[in-house]
Design a protein around this ligand. Structure first.
Ligand code: F6R
Length: 607
């Protein structure tokens, strides 16, 4: 996730306006920044690694001339946070500048093709193919707009781009596919940005650029066309009445709710990981003598779910371990044949890094899954995968959890294929369902949110909750409980459902709320037995079930539903979503701030 901003002004300098706009987009990424402007027939560009204020202090971003320009605040995906990897990227002759948000999946092939044609690349980014492709098309004599159109036709993946060129110094051309892009329209200026708050201080009139559209901004106004058939689109700007603070959260009252709603988009991104990293990591896993899955908190719950995925799909036994216990529990037995798959959203969690350090000292292989490219984990891991969730601002992990699950399930599937442990039919089914997960999560949010709100009102006064699930759903139960505890301050318990009768059941009395996570997998029948045990003691039963699971619904006081027909190993992704929403609305009912729970920090850098 990155932030892009561009503008054409009639009065004033573009650079300072872009700088201001990027500040409002910093929540989308903050590891490097850059601005390019045009004056006369000359391109001016400044970019560097670091937060906007840091880069501005060194380079004075405002000191670029011209009334037209583009800017970018980066969240590294391809290529670490170095100056060369910062946007804007340019072509060989510095005549075209491009900012991009998204992932170009076929950049390796495109880059090879362009290098063959003599283009020189300066960065390790996927984005840089875009200015070079445009350069090629301009060479053929196409106009800037035509060159952009022909270029985007060749791109696989997702993008929101803004392009300027000294060849047509009065134009700003943008295109969009599956990454956000909005147009801001004022009396004497036009803006383009990843998000409305970026230009809200300048104008409250906005039009959304849709997927598969190209917008051309110039002194004369703007024009939107369909990329494929070049049909003109008539779209009048709408008036936005959000307060600036509300706008940053895209109209949501809290970042946590925004991030829960963002999950379909983020999950789509995780389906576009670079093949070579997935393949490399799978090779290491395949060769490992033993595999430890190491993490803390929510990331540990992803590891726990992953241990079921690896076992069920790839027939690989793994050891999920809470990072703070790793050294005590396994420190001495780890050796050159051990592999640690380390999961950390921040890549900076002290307990997790301590486990990594001790394993490295014993020559173990460390693989990393993280959301922060450039974090310590990415530096110490032999291979790492960036989970593509974009910055998570709410302290409670939500979208980063489901992204981790998606990546881990892809690794399990790949390993299964490599080891020949899975039939073609199963592979096809899993691949097909993985593709559907973003839509399924979207429909869970749409269909269940109102119901969750009602449940939160009904159960708001309960002092304690139980979360139970069997098999892979025990990881979901743990995560549902952690969310409720950390943001609504409700002491709660979570157990594998079978374990509940070995002690915790003594807490249950009339009206005690017990949440069961019950997909229709191999555990279904046994879970019904566990529900009956709780019901017999007067518990209030809340279930998360598949649509049409009348058997379990008839036993429950309340139910939340998820689309039916998901393979067991993928079920945690949509099943956790109603529990995230439940925690959020319980926090609201109990007047707690879900974005800033007391005593917690987004990144825990102390042991
Ligand atoms: C819970 C939460 C924490 C983190 C944990 C590990 O909502 O966010 O439990 O999951 O502190 O953090 P990372 O994944 O950054 O290592």
């Amino acid at each position: 996730m990155c932030g892009i901003f561009g503008c054409i002004l009639r009065t004033g300098e573009a650079a300072s306006t872009i700088h201001e706009g990027l500040k409002k987009l910093e929540y989308r990424g903050y590891d490097s920044v850059g601005i390019a402007t045009i004056q006369g027939r000359q391109l001016f560009l400044k970019k560097d690694r670091g937060k906007i204020d840091e880069v501005h202090e060194i380079h004075n971003l405002d000191a670029l001339p011209g009334q037209l320009g583009i800017g970018h605040t980066r969240w590294a995906t391809h290529g670490a946070a170095y100056q060369e990897n910062a946007h804007p990227h340019t072509d060989c002759k510095n005549q075209v500048a491009v900012v991009h948000n998204g992932i170009i999946e076929n950049f390796v092939e495109l880059k090879a093709e362009l290098e063959e044609l003599g283009h020189t690349f300066r960065s390790k980014t996927d984005t840089e193919v875009i200015p070079h492709l445009i350069e090629e098309k301009l060479k053929e004599g196409l106009s800037l707009v035509e060159a952009v159109r022909e270029t985007v036709k060749r791109l696989d993946g997702s993008y929101a781009i803004a392009v300027i060129s000294v060849k047509e110094p009065d134009k700003l051309v943008c295109a969009r596919k599956e990454s956000p892009l909005v147009l801001g329209v004022a009396e004497d200026s036009l803006y383009i940005a990843s998000d409305i708050p970026a230009f809200l201080p300048k104008t409250n009139k906005s039009a959304i650029i849709q997927d598969g559209e190209i917008a051309v901004l110039s002194d004369e106004g703007y024009e939107i066309r369909k990329t494929l058939d070049w049909k003109l689109v008539t779209r009048e700007p709408e008036v936005i009445d959000w307060a600036p603070e509300m706008a940053e959260k895209q109209g949501y009252p809290h970042f946590m709710l925004k991030e829960i709603h963002e999950q379909p988009l983020r999950l789509r991104n995780t389906l576009r990981l670079q093949d070579q990293y997935l393949e490399l990591m799978t090779t290491f896993l395949d060769r490992a003598g033993e595999v430890f899955l190491v993490a803390c908190g929510t990331s540990y719950h992803a590891c726990l779910a992953a241990s079921y995925m690896f076992s069920k799909v790839a027939l690989l036994a793994t050891h999920p371990v809470v990072a703070s216990e790793f050294v005590e529990q396994h420190g001495k037995s780890v050796n050159i044949d051990s592999t640690l798959l380390v999961v950390s959203q921040s890549g900076e969690t002290a307990d997790t890094l301590a486990a990594v350090e001790s394993a490295r000292l014993r020559a173990a292989t460390v693989l990393g899954l993280t959301n922060i490219v450039g974090s310590t984990l990415t530096r110490v891991a032999r291979v790492y995968i960036s989970q593509q969730s974009g910055p998570e601002i709410g302290v409670a992990a939500t979208k980063t959890f489901t992204s981790q699950l998606s990546v881990l399930s892809q690794l399990a599937l790949r390993l299964a294929k490599k080891r020949g442990k899975i039939s073609h039919v199963e592979i096809e089914n899993l691949e097909e369902k993985l593709e559907q997960i973003p839509e399924i999560v979207e429909s869970v949010i749409l269909s269940q949110e109102e119901k969750v709100k009602r449940l939160a009102k009904k159960y708001r006064g309960k002092p304690c909750f139980f979360f139970l699930g069997r098999g892979i759903s025990s990881a979901v139960a743990l995560e549902g409980r952690l969310k409720l505890m950390e943001i609504a301050y409700l002491p709660s318990l979570a157990y594998p459902a079978g374990e509940s009768k070995h002690g915790p059941i003594s807490l249950v009395e009339s009206g005690f709320p017990v949440v069961f996570v019950c997909p229709k997998d191999g555990t279904h029948k046994t879970v019904i037995g566990n529900i009956m045990e709780m019901k017999a003691r007067g518990a209030s039963i809340i279930v998360v079930v598949e649509k049409g699971d009348e058997e379990i619904k008839s036993l429950a006081d309340d139910y939340l539903e998820v689309e039916t027909g998901l393979p067991e190993v993928l079920s945690p992704i949509p099943f956790v979503v109603p529990l995230q929403l439940f925690a959020y609305y319980m926090a609201i009912e109990r007047e707690c701030d879900p974005d800033k729970p007391r005593n917690l920090a987004k990144s825990v850098t102390v042991k």
